[in-house]
Design a protein around this ligand. Structure first.
Ligand SMILES: Nc1ncnc2c1ncn2[C@@H]1O[C@H](COP(=O)(O)OP(=O)(O)OP(=O)(O)O)[C@@H](O)[C@H]1O
Ligand SMILES: [Mg+2]
Length: 330
């Protein structure tokens, strides 16, 4: 079973907290995990126990775009230079694909191993979005590094990629939101929380994106009833206040095995739900959507920016899958 899983939701809803708990749960189950921090607020490292110095020493994927592009395009004749590659440029014959467990120059540059008390995970981060990033342009290019990697990633058996992500319009424009076998939308029992759910659901529906709601900071039966009313069958589980999480926030982390029973069950439910969704992955459709968003981005800004016809980058015969392209020496 191999899986790409996203945690999205409104700012402050608990995306980072729940992704980090899920990552710990997977690590404790001894399956290979790549954790990706693609949120505007870069807190996944800290939530996985890194101190401030360690977290700020994480390499930024956004700063490695030229290297990432050069590696991924490999000998693909349709992509003669890294400069002509945009975040949605799809792989084709000759492209290099990434595998979760392997070593490659992209991971050398971007991955750090984080030791958890119950196992280790590999962490990648887009890099911080500073004041000087002035909103969208920079955010686009940083998250673009993640999108490129996801589009070139063939995950093998029993491997997981977990992305902590913003539920912003950026992920809709680029197609990032279609890259996951399962999307967990973290929602507090508030109007704003469910408004983000509705917006996401609308985009997701058109592309057949599997989406489940994970209630968070749910304080009692009324909160639960509210979420059930507003999200119906999409509500998968509800997580309450966690003293374990709070202790970690205080800098006094307990061992993962000490996480509250109810929350451990919730994580198991996420795990099973994600695994069940993988069986429905359709590599052909997955590749088609990649191409769809590439053509859309090419037309709306990519062609103008690069000065070439980016539609020519699409390899019509290519379908991403395990063993789709033969890796070549670096
Ligand atoms: N179930 C929980 N129990 C206790 N504290 C929680 C829980 N969920 C979230 N928190 C706390 O709420 C705050 C916000 O959570 P978190 O940082 O995970 O949200 P986020 O959606 O990632 O936010 P941002 O949009 O800023 O990235 C944190 O201080 C976190 O510790
Ligand atoms: Mg966060």
């Amino acid at each position: 079973m191999n899986m790409k899983i996203a945690f999205v939701g409104k700012g402050g809803s608990g995306k980072t907290t729940l992704s980090s708990l899920f990552i710990r749960h997977l690590a404790a189950s001894r399956v290979p995990v790549i954790a990706v921090d693609a949120d505007i607020n870069q807190h996944l490292g800290a939530a996985l126990g890194l101190d401030e110095a360690e977290a700020s020493a994480l390499p930024a994927m956004g700063a490695q775009l030229p290297l990432i592009k050069d590696y991924l395009r490999g000998s693909n004749p349709r992509i003669p230079s890294a400069e002509s590659m945009i975040k949605t440029t799809p792989p084709g014959e000759g492209s290099r694909l990434l595998r979760v467990g392997e070593d490659n120059p992209v991971y050398d540059a971007c991955v750090r191993t984080v030791e958890l008390d119950a196992g280790a995970v590999r962490l990648m981060a887009t890099g911080p979005f500073t004041e000087s990033d002035l909103g969208v342009a920079c955010y686009h290019s940083k998250v673009g590094a993640v999108e490129l990697c996801l589009n070139h990633l063939v995950d093998g058996r029993e491997e997981y990629v977990v992305v902590d992500m913003t539920a912003g319009s950026d992920s809709f424009a680029s197609g990032m939101f279609t890259r996951f076998d399962m999307t967990f939308l973290v929602a507090e029992p508030t109007r704003k929380g469910v408004a983000v759910y509705r917006q996401y659901k609308e985009y997701a529906r058109d592309f057949g994106v599997p989406l489940k709601v994970v209630g968070n900071k749910v304080q009692g039966p009324e909160d639960l009833a509210f979420l059930r009313d507003e999200t119906g069958d999409d509500l998968l589980v509800a997580v309450g206040h966690s003293d374990w999480v709070r202790a970690m926030e205080k800098g006094r982390p307990a061992r993962f095995a000490q996480l509250e029973e109810a929350n451990r069950h919730a994580l198991e439910t996420l795990h099973h739900t994600a695994d069940a969704a993988y069986g429905r992955r359709d590599w052909e459709r997955y590749t088609r959507q990649m191409v769809h968003f590439h053509l859309k981005n090419a037309e709306s800004w990519g062609n103008a920016k690069t000065g070439v016809d980016l539609a020519a980058q699409v390899d019509p015969a290519f379908v991403l899958s395990e063993g789709a392209a033969t890796p070549q020496p670096a």
